[in-house]
Design a binder for this molecule. Sequence first.
Ligand SMILES: *Cc1c(COP(=O)(O)O)cnc(C)c1O
Length: 340
Amino acid sequence: MSTCPVPHTANPELLEHYVKKILAAPVYDLAVRTPLQAAPALSALLGNQVLLKREDLQPTFSFKIRGAYNKLVQLTAEQRARGVVTASAGNHAQGVALAALELGIKARIVMPCSTPQLKVLGVRSRGAEAVLHGESFPFALAHALQLAKTSGCTFVSPFDDPDVIAGQGTVAMEVLRQQQGALDAIFVPVGGGGLIAGVAAYVKYLRPQVRIIGVETEGSSCLLAALRAGERVVLPSVDGFADGTAVAQVGAYGYEICRDWVDEVITVSNDELCSAIKLIYDDTRSITEPSGALAVAGIRRYVERTGTRGQTLVAINSGANINFDSLRHVAERVAAQTAV
Ligand SMILES: *Cc1c(COP(=O)(O)O)cnc(C)c1O
């Protein structure tokens, strides 16, 4: 957990550049405007008004469809004809597959050999080609980049691309429209930093007093490490429990925004994520994946640490792609914690 005392003297033109891209992003061809929903039990528990931005309700059960579609729709006719390639084991893969299907673009998705069959089928059922390669994500990524080079198709990064960042930023555009009254902070889950970069760019341009707080797991806090070091460091190892955000290095485009416009980064443990999944369930009767519960876990930590009361705090519930079997582990961790 750390406060980043970086003065906001940075380039506002960069924000304006992204705000324009966000406003022009045609994501609603495919994505939906998700509700910003009250969480009464959580609000009572924490003594603050907590609102949940329900990105788990997107067609692919995560916000990734926004960035993927905004990237693919901007491609030239020639690029579209050549197809796209990406590397992902999870939500970005589903987003690219669905966007490519919608636009009639051929998509190849390189996935690590260890990828659960469920996700491989999720890609194939949307008409994309799933290429199984490498034992973990970095190997799959290297292969995808190689394929892009040799085949001339376009590589679609999960987070390190201005069009992807702008697509994800449409989440913030909706939040500011949905909550025109009091709004003190937006808590954003961070993997490679695409979502928080888009959110920070939009919010800091229009309502700079709203705090943007990133949340990472203790085992994959690549944004916090970068902000502390003053450069994009590569984490020596990454914990995979929150698989949607298990990234070793924050993206270059995202970092350019985050270093100046993110107010703070909070880290939480895997057990805190499990508790947050239950808290969200109690209020919504919906299941989130571990990464999808990061923001709520972050709010809880923040309120406990600062003693904040009576504020309006938004959590981006970013996704719901969890294997049904994994719920047993989540429930066991919650039971173990309450038993102590
Ligand atoms: C990708 C993802 C994130 C993080 O987004 P980044 O742009 O990589 O920071 C958070 N939650 C879920 C569910 C995701 O799939």
